[in-house]
Design a binder for this molecule. Structure first.
Ligand code: FCB
Length: 484
């Protein structure tokens, strides 16, 4: 039940998130070279409407305005990512002072605005030259990633509140190299597992490099999109085993090495027909288990799975784009059933109970590790009303339900330290281009003008008061709100 005026702890951190390729534009300015997403966008048929990140939100030039908006909304923290090909064009060798200078100015402006910078080193824009040498299927990429991490740690240093190595390595490995619906568009089960391992290794090496520069007390994190999958029939052993298998290949493939220092035995057994995992070298798993200060969790929706009996065509309603190669490596006999609605514009079901379940599950598995929700939010087909505003009541309702679920997890004793709303701005939503809008600030892609949506004003009031009012009080909140 919704607490009528749920109050959040004083030190709970409220923020919003973006990623470099999704907002920056300026893809060939000041020494930046192409990333795998630049290449992927130029491959016909890969991105809806042929959209690219060439201009995106033009944040590279408009960042002072964006920092002013962040400050105006009262955000306490801003999660953004660094574009590796800006900082180290080509991914190895010389660093580009102009690339670092861009982020250095941004960080200084955030600090001046009283906003904590929370930085992600890798939110999917791998330098194309590294991909040409095998990308994340090549062990060498993990070593290059650590060099890059060490360099930026030295440059941005203790101005960063939390250093996050990777964003959603599951997507990088299994959508990027497995089903190929993300850059670099490789479709191979073996490549997906190799990439997953080298991402784990890269995380550990980069985390250790950051700590070597900035000291042991540096706040170190990784962001995972952990999947909440439920059995179609909870009484069926076969369905429960399907969920166990998906938990291994979606969640424990990262949680295992990163937090426990070992891949789970059931994962190795389930994927034995694909690989013997001989690309895992002695000591890799221990390296991946660099101690973390906080675990970032991204949550959007849930899924339902069961063993496929082969009596009817396999259902693949897993929320990811279609491909002839499944991202679910080793799980060919598992199917995903469509979920009951309501849905967002992504076709993802809206289910705040999944947020509570996930935080409770991970908080119970790892009781000593603080958690932070590093992404949560919703795409809707927003419209600009006659009054020039965006009255996105559907987004407010989504946020209300999910933030309430975060509060329920805290009530249940789970150590959740903060919440970052995805996203600050409408932006380039990967394979869906500009068609799907997640922002609490609207971006007009013709003029690049920014307009704070109702959801932005509502979130701002929540941060100011630390109180989540009942949903039906939203219009009063918006009328009373200070931000417009
Ligand atoms: C996550 C990504 C983020 C954004 C949201 C909607 O998977 O980390 O960049 O696209 O989904």
């Amino acid at each position: 039940m919704t607490n009528p005026h749920r109050t959040f702890p004083k030190d709970f951190l409220w923020g919003s998130a973006t990623a470099s390729y999704q907002i920056e534009g300026a893809v060939d300015e000041d020494g930046r070279t192409p990333s795998i997403w630049d290449t992927y966008c130029r491959t016909p048929g890969m991105v809806l409407n042929g959209d690219t990140g060439d201009v995106a939100d033009d944040h590279y030039h408009r960042w002072p305005e964006d920092v002013a908006l962040i400050k105006g909304l009262g955000l306490q923290a801003y999660r953004f990512s660094l574009a590796w090909p800006r900082i180290q064009p080509g991914g190895s060798g010389a660093f580009n002072p102009k690339g670092v200078a861009f982020y250095s100015r941004l960080v200084d402006a955030l600090l001046e605005a009283g906003v904590q910078p929370v930085t992600t080193l890798y939110h999917w824009d791998l330098p194309q030259e590294l991909e040409d040498a095998g990308g994340w299927t090549n062990r060498e990429t993990a070593l290059r990633f650590a060099d890059y991490a060490e360099h930026v740690a030295g440059k941005l240093g203790d101005r960063i509140s939390v250093w996050t190595t990777l964003n959603e390595p599951w997507c990088s490995a299994f959508l990027g190299y497995g089903s190929g619906v993300h850059a670099p568009g490789v479709r191979s089960s073996l490549a997906a597992l190799q990439a997953a391992h080298h991402l784990n290794l890269g995380h550990g090496l980069a985390g250790r490099a950051i700590r070597s520069v900035l000291g042991e007390s540096t706040q170190l994190s990784v962001t995972l999109n952990l999947h909440v999958t439920r059995p179609v029939d909870p009484d069926s052993e076969a369905d429960r085993d399907a969920v166990r298998q998906l938990d291994a290949v979606a969640n424990r493939v990262f949680l295992g090495p990163m937090l426990d220092g070992a891949y789970p035995a059931d994962l190795l057994a389930d994927t034995a027909s694909v690989t013997d995992w001989s690309f895992v070298k002695d000591g890799d798993e221990a390296t991946a288990a660099v101690p973390l200060s906080v675990l970032g969790i991204n949550y959007y929706s849930t899924s339902r799975a069961q063993r496929w009996t082969r009596e009817a065509p396999k259902l693949q309603a897993d929320g990811h784009a279609d491909s002839d190669v499944s991202p679910w490596v080793g799980a060919d006999d598992i199917e995903f059933l469509p979920q009951p609605g309501p849905y967002t514009a992504m076709g993802w079901n809206i289910d705040p109970s999944g947020m509570l379940e996930l935080l409770t599950d991970i908080g119970t598995r790892y009781p000593d590790l603080p958690l932070m929700v590093t992404e949560n939010g919703a795409a809707f087909y927003d419209e600009v009303s006659a009054d020039g505003e965006v009255h996105d009541a559907d987004r407010v309702s989504y946020l209300h339900g999910h933030i309430n679920a975060v509060g329920e997890a805290i009530d249940a004793g789970i150590d959740v330290r903060g919440y970052f709303l995805w996203s600050l701005l409408d932006n380039f939503e990967w394979s869906w281009g500009y068609d799907r809008r997640f922002g609490i600030i609207r971006v007009d892609y013709d003029t690049l003008q920014r307009t704070v949506k109702d959801s932005g004003r509502w979130y701002s009031e929540l941060i100011r008061t630390r109180q989540l009012p009942p949903l039906d009080a939203t219009s009063q909140v918006l009328d009373a709100g200070m931000v417009g």
